[in-house]
Design a protein around this ligand. Structure first.
Ligand SMILES: *Cc1c(COP(=O)(O)O)cnc(C)c1O
Length: 358
């Protein structure tokens, strides 16, 4: 059997989307290149340097250091690894809000650091007071989320940065999903808004690049020294990435997407996505659901298990929050027509469920 990728026309759950046509074309052209060996594959290595510069423009930092990772998971693991390797303590801990992505659990597990998970404010953002209470002299990293996975919330990044630095820790912002939307909002989240050290921003999510294209950026090149290992059999002398052989397709597609879309294309996509999210939130509220206000283009609303299953049976690709709400990510492929058809199905299944399934 020859496999077929599935269409995006019922996908409401994904944080990834159809790549921009230029990104798709670039990915195909660079399939057989390995930026992990930059002295051999020089042209893709040059593209990667340009991607890092362009990402710097997106996140408000001049001349950043960084690379195109396999995704947000790798970037977050590497940020934790940087902080751990620089620290002198034998018992390092990392303080994250409860809304942090599960990749930090993997990071803590792999790297042998203690993960301290702090409670949230009622609006699902990090509670700065709680973060401060969890910090001590062994804290090596404080993490803030800019565009949380479940509710699209933005933590108070300047305040978290102040707390982290007071304890001598590094400060990392996870903008894996939110990074290409937030430049067009008035949130304080970027290197320009706060004295943060590192950031995760994924071109393969809102950036419309092909998978795999994640991003890790640091304000200072020197932070990457904590990750460098010698590479005897390669032409280049050392490597700071987690993976060895890497996807040149991801790098080239991120380059093409950024070239095509930054800033106007991303602004338009963000505004369309946000308008769709607000329309959906209003429509679901009108249908009687409890809706979490969409600060960024991500809508969560409470439904019964029966209604959720009925929507899945109608082939909607939907996910749930840990509290069981349905969650719709208004990615660029999610159109108003899709959402209208989805809302009609929500109205129909909630009516059916209310009638006892008949
Ligand atoms: C998606 C996401 C990640 C993980 O990124 P992958 O590319 O799936 O590895 C990390 N953090 C946040 C906030 C995310 O939305």
């Amino acid at each position: 059997m020859r496999g077929q990728p599935q269409d995006f026309d019922r996908v409401l759950s994904s944080m990834c989307t159809e790549p921009h046509p230029a990104a798709r074309e670039a990915a195909e052209r660079f399939l057989a290149t390995n930026p992990g060996d930059p002295a051999t594959y020089q042209s893709v290595a040059d593209l990667e340097t340009e991607v890092v510069e362009m990402l710097g423009d997106v996140v408000g930092v001049a001349d950043p250091s960084g690379y195109v990772a396999s995704g947000g998971t790798e970037a977050n693991i590497q940020a934790v690894r940087m902080a751990r390797n620089r620290a002198v303590t034998q018992t390092p801990n990392v303080v994250v809000p409860e809304s942090a992505h599960f990749s930090f659990k993997k990071a803590a597990d792999v790297l042998g650091v203690e993960l301290r998970v702090t409670s949230l404010e009622d609006d699902y953002t990090a509670d700065v007071g709680a973060v401060e209470r969890f910090c001590d002299e062994d804290t090596v990293l404080v993490v803030g989320v800019a565009g949380s996975t479940e509710y699209g919330r933005v933590d108070p990044i300047p305040e978290l940065a102040a707390v982290g630095h007071e304890y001598g820790a590094l400060v990392h912002v996870d903008a894996a999903w939110g990074g290409f939307v937030l430049p067009f909002t008035d949130h304080d989240w970027s290197f320009a808004d706060a004295s943060i050290d590192t950031m995760t921003i994924d071109p393969h999510k809102m950036g419309q690049a092909a998978i795999p294209a994640g991003g890790l950026l640091a304000r200072d090149a020197e932070l990457f020294d904590a990750l460098a290992v010698d590479t005897p059999y390669l032409e280049s002398a050392s490597q700071a990435t987690l993976t060895g052989t890497r996807s040149g397709a991801g790098v080239a597609s991120a380059h093409a997407a950024l070239r095509a879309l930054w800033p106007d294309g991303y602004r338009e996509a963000s505004q369309r996505a946000q308008a769709n999210a607000e329309w959906l939130a209003d429509a679901l509220a009108a249908a009687g659901l409890n809706v979490v206000d969409p600060e960024l283009p991500l809508v969560a609303a409470s439904v019964t298990d029966e209604a959720f299953e009925a929507l899945r049976e109608r082939e909607w690709r939907l996910s749930r929050t840990s509290d069981g709400e349905l969650r719709v990510v208004c990615m660029p492929h999610v159109t108003r027509e899709m959402l209208e058809s989805f809302v009609a199905d929500v109205e129909s299944v909630t009516a059916t469920v209310a009638r006892g399934g008949r």
